[in-house]
Design a protein around this ligand. Sequence first.
Ligand code: NAD
Length: 488
Amino acid sequence: TMACSEAFLVLENFIAGKFVPCSSYIDSYDPSTGDVYCKVPDSGKEEVEAAVKAAKAAFPIWSSRSPLERSQILNKLADLIEHDLEAFAQAESKDQGKTITFARTVDIPRAVYNFRFFASSILHHTTECTEMATMGCVHYTSRTPVGVAGLISPWNLPLYLLTWKIAPAIACGNTVVAKPSEMTSVTAWMMCKLLEKAGVPHGVVNMVFGTGARAGEALVCHPDVPLISFTGSTLTAQRITEKSAPYCKRLSLELGGKNPAIIFDDADLSQCIPTTLRSSFANQGEICLCTSRIFVQRGIYSEFLKKFVAEAKKWKVGNPSDPTVDVGALISKEHLEKVRSYVKKAKAEGAKVLCGEGVDSLALPTGNQKGYFILPTIIAEIKDKSCCMQEEIFGPVTCVVVFDTEEEVIERANSVKYGLAATVWSSNVGRVHRVARRLQSGLVWTNCWLIRDLNLPFGGMKASGIGREGAKDSYEFFTEVKTITIKH
Ligand code: NAD
């Protein structure tokens, strides 16, 4: 049944401070119902060209503003988003499938904080200076914005990850052309409505909506965009690297993960179990930092598994707008099928599915029957070489395996192509330091998960990425450095 077109939310690109319609649109689905509810511009070269032109035109004015002036504007924008927090959270939940609770407490507050954080940190950077007294010289460094920044973001934490790029880019004095995921573009479009009121000059932030293949590649291949900051899958990052190679672009790549949790015999299970449930299933497992390989030392393996499965079964799956629901819908039908296929493969290989997909029944409210839901799923007795232990599934599916020694678990934890995040659970502080140091992982959380200080570097090793983001790292990425020598 086709609803009349007025029933759809229709997004427009935001170029040079104005909303502009597009000649063709992409359907965007409500993951909790399976219905199309929104039309997203299907931008291509032409739209990207207009956006880059606007960003280039705005660069001289914006880059000559003082850090304090830019900081005040970023803070104002943070206030405006915070003022509309509930509307943003509702929109993010509907667009992405995530629970309203997660959107209210994680996504939107963090988007607000991203602006406040970089509004503050931009005021505190210093550059370097050295003296060569015998030569009569001083050397110092100077940093200037790069130009037009191309920002490409994924669908799992839409506004959260987009603002993690926009905030440092514009705080440093760059202008921006951003392309959010075509599956989750609504909150980015809503934010555009606040830019003028916040005092962001026209052309400083331009939003071009569309697919990766058309709008994304046009941005990556635009000769006037010297820098691309990308968060998404490793496969797309390879393509972006290839496509941008002829232009020698500066790239920051935040990619996938296959993150281990290492749980030693002396772990405090009363902390470890609830946190590992969250690290496995939060946001439907659709966070690059989610745990998907749980290594448990033999002494506590059965106790851990019994309690972990019992607690996982309590997670409520259902309508994301219900505040009592813990697990919302996955992003798309295709993604749901992909996640299910991994569970099927594990079973075919002889692994045991202890709860969730194919084991327990999923009762959905009427109205959500066609939504993309899956129960939190725990797989045990699976081989390290199995694809469920090697590939990123990006859903609420986690594997639990047993280990004996510290040496053994470090090697097994490191034997995947990814290296984004790890958690280590132990009350032996010496062991925690030893293991953390040897894990091939950009982030290691011990006895906790997802606690971030935005000042410090964030990013992955190996196939999980190139470059780091954070107060100092983002400042360095979004500026050009020059060394100047003065001889008297
Ligand atoms: P994706 O790579 O499919 O898409 C990400 C973005 O890139 C989207 O905006 C997409 O339209 C665009 N894109 C796709 N093809 C492109 C191309 N050829 N040229 C230019 N742009 C293109 O990723 P996704 O499915 O949206 O997101 C999930 C992935 O993101 C997972 O692998 C997850 O681990 C990763 N992720 C990483 C981090 C991190 O910080 N390391 C954070 C969140 C998500």
